[in-house]
Ligand binder design. Structure first.
Ligand code: GLC
Length: 727
């Protein structure tokens, strides 16, 4: 569905625009939140164009009524809220959804969440968050779709379409955020500076936004960070020249919370009034915080302080969204139809999404649990109900505990539950009790992880490992020799280096939402096989961050790891003779590569691949648009039905700019019964082989030469087929 309306709508917009005063125009260019309803109502009477959701359908309707009947122009309201992965029914976090490698999971979340939120009067969500990030120190990595721009683009567009649908009464206007580069904050510290080249941004963080705009995203939110010294809230290059002029974005750009007035602490504006003028002039359309016009109608910037044509363009965009969403027709919602609790259907959708996200990092056969086993469940996530994840509202439908979900799956006599450890305070006695109990059981589930409050906004961690003595609990259970599995319930991926060496079976479940524990229990007992894949490379140590899979090869790619040993000679005297091993891009104190690679994940079955096949091994650049078909046969050679995620990575062997060693350009999740096989086909086009160059403005170029196409079950896939592109 496009924002471009029929001619009569654009004419109506121009007609209304032509009747607005300077202050009335500026009042449309802000959104504010007031916890007390009467204060929100006063804001609406003052002419504000957008408000945060007041909490239910009746109060939303009253604010819309005030806007229509008690203001001079009767312009309906945008009513915004962060509906990031659910409203009342909570779906897995976005990062968990990415691990499914199935964009239908994101679509299901967006559709269901939109219907729930819209029934209460919300018509604008500040989602999807599509910040590409390889940095798990940055707590907001949980809100995005991981380190890969292609996967993030796929999921971001799926959510935009899922939220917006046909712009009908059960849909939400989407907001792709945070534009741009927010996930590249230096040192992984939230809100910190970003100094990425346009070349790096074009082939990374910008791409998901280009795709989201192409998918018709109604709005884009500016990010808190600077890019090369210029705060994004005042960055004309990207807000206007790229987003609007080059990409043709017809919707609006909204600032992040107080992001405009933070131009003062950024040091690029002396006053809040200057900040407002700077931001709107750069291309921002709605300021979040209510600093453009005050409650008494005083404008922060006098007429003429901003180019009137820019102000008109901003108001036009705001009105376009309101017309597109049908708010000028009827902005009221039927109170009787408001949905404030999950329905069986929404729970089923959340459960179906949740079982597709967990990643089986390792399995020595301990999982799935054997029927009749005596199971000991320990760890803070045994009884914790904290499965909803970051960015959920206080009224979200709670999850149960893993213990309760397992009690539904296992005979009461066979499940024992002990705390074993807390999240933070060490508890030697609890550990000792768990260790003692282990010996009386056939298998131990060690349910550990990171509470939801440790990921999300302003939660950067310098050392993102398990907190408290959870790692000690794992090690002490391992020492008993009783078979055990680690169930890792977390928002961001955590560094696992302090216990992974003793853990032969690890299920990374993420925060899966309202139906999370039940989904985990289904996987643990084997009713469903896990098949999720890592959407972020899992580093061995925090010092390795950032280490995305799609990095450049460097001029000295490492072949062997380094070692902490004393050098007996000064390199200046003997020269860097050993450029193969010693003088290479590695760490002296780490093995090479990540702990677990991007795209990694196991299932309860095994899959085998035949050699990939390509329809044409040589193709002229001019013939690329129709695409080249590449296929691969995959077979389930295990004993149970399971899903496999077949992935396609492109490697440009020689390019005019240092190419990434791999780029994900295809993923297909399929279910195969034991013994069954299927041929999976991908179509490789110029979009998969080209890249944005380092010219300013950047150009998308497809160069001739040799490409290796790697296919398999993760980025470590070894089977490839060559494609030669000729001029
Ligand atoms: C926050 C977040 C943004 C959110 C906004 C409104 O600071 O950065 O993602 O949409 O405020 O809640």
């Amino acid at each position: 569905m496009s924002l471009a309306g029929p001619p009569d709508r654009e004419a109506a917009i121009e007609d209304l625009l032509g009747r607005l005063s300077w202050t009335e125009k500026l009042a449309q260019l802000q959104i504010a939140y007031r916890p007390r309803f009467e204060d929100a109502a006063a804001l609406v009477r003052s002419g504000i164009g957008a408000v945060f959701w007041p909490g239910d359908a009746a109060r939303s309707n009253e604010l819309q009524r005030i806007a229509r009947e008690e203001t001079p122009r009767g312009i309906p309201l945008l009513v915004g809220l962060d509906v990031v992965h659910g409203q009342y029914t909570i779906f897995p976090t976005p990062l968990a959804q990415a691990a499914s490698f199935d964009p239908e999971v994101a679509t299901a979340d967006a559709r269901e969440s939109a219907a729930e939120a819209a029934s209460g009067g919300v018509n604008w969500t500040f989602s999807p968050m599509i910040d590409v990030s390889p940095d798990l120190r940055w707590g907001r990595i949980v809100e995005g779709f991981g380190e890969d721009p292609w996967l993030t683009s796929l999921f971001g567009a799926a959510k935009v379409r899922g939220y917006q649908g046909d712009f009908g009464p059960s849909t939400l206007l989407a907001c792709a955020k945070h534009f741009v580069g927010y996930g590249l904050a230096e040192a992984g510290r939230d809100y910190n500076a970003v100094d990425a080249s346009e070349y790096r941004l074009r082939n990374g963080a910008l791409e998901p936004f280009r795709v989201a705009v192409e998918a018709g995203a109604a709005s884009v939110m500016a990010s808190f960070n600077t890019v090369a010294g210029r705060p994004m809230h005042a960055n004309r290059r990207y807000l206007t020249e790229v987003l609007k002029d080059e990409w043709g974005h017809l919707g609006l750009v909204v600032g992040d919370a107080d992001g405009v007035v933070q131009l003062v602490p950024h040091g690029v504006a002396a006053t809040e009034s200057d900040a407002v003028a700077l931001a709107i002039s750069a291309g921002l359309d709605i300021e979040m915080g209510g600093h453009v016009v005050d409650i008494d109608g005083r404008a922060a910037v006098p007429e003429g302080a901003i180019d009137p044509a820019r102000v008109d363009d901003a108001v036009r965009r705001v009105l376009r969204l309101k017309f597109a969403r049908g708010l000028f027709g009827d902005a009221q919602v039927p109170v009787a139809a408001e949905r404030r609790i999950p329905t069986p259907a929404s729970r089923a959708a959340a459960r179906a999404a949740a079982v597709r996200c967990p990643v089986l990092l390792r399995n020595d056969g301990t999982l799935p649990l054997r029927p009749g086993s005596r199971v000991l469940l320990v760890g803070p996530y045994a009884e914790s109900i904290d499965h909803l994840g970051a960015w959920v509202q206080s009224f979200a439908a709670p999850a149960r505990s893993l213990a309760d979900a397992l009690r539904d799956e296992l005979p009461a006599s066979s499940l024992t539950v002990l705390p074993g450890a807390g999240f933070f305070a060490p508890d030697p006695e609890a550990r000792a009790a768990a260790v003692a109990a282990a010996r009386d059981h056939d298998v131990v589930l060690v349910a550990v992880g990171e509470p939801s409050s440790l990921s999300g906004e302003a939660t950067s961690r310098s050392d993102p490992r398990l907190t408290g003595d959870q790692a000690e609990l794992i090690r002490e259970i391992a020492a008993t020799g009783v078979p055990f599995a680690v169930v890792l319930v977390t928002g961001r991926p955590v560094i696992v280096s302090d216990w992974i060496d003793v853990a032969p079976t690890v299920l990374m479940t993420w925060h899966l939402g309202t139906e999370g524990p039940e989904a985990i229990a289904e996987l643990l007992v084997g009713r469903v096989s896990p098949a999720g894949r890592l959407p972020v490379s899992l580093p061995r140590a925090v010092g390795q961050i950032p280490s995305p899979y799609n990095a450049e090869n460097t001029g000295r790619p490492p072949r062997v790891r380094g070692h902490l040993e004393r050098q007996v000679a000064d390199v200046a005297l003997v020269g860097p003779g050993d450029t193969d091993d010693h003088y290479s891009s590695k760490y002296l104190d780490l093995d090479l590569g990540p702990e677990f690679p991007f795209g990694h994940g196991l299932s309860y079955s095994r899959f085998a691949y035949a050699a990939p096949e390509i329809a044409r091994a040589v193709v002229a650049r001019a013939d690329l648009d129709e695409g080249i078909e590449v296929t691969i046969e995959v077979a389930n050679v295990g004993a149970v039905t399971a899903d496999e995620v077949v992935q396609l990575y492109v490697q440009d062997r020689v390019a005019s700019l240092a190419p990434p060693v791999r780029r994900l350009r295809g993923a297909r999740r399929l279910t195969l019964e034991a013994g069954a096989s299927a041929r999976v086909a991908f179509r490789v086009t110029a979009a998969d082989l080209g890249f944005w160059d380092d010219a300013v403005p950047s150009r998308f170029v497809v160069e001739s030469g040799e490409f290796d196409l790697h296919l398999g079950g993760s980025v470590a896939a070894t089977q490839s087929v060559r494609l030669t592109v000729t001029d």
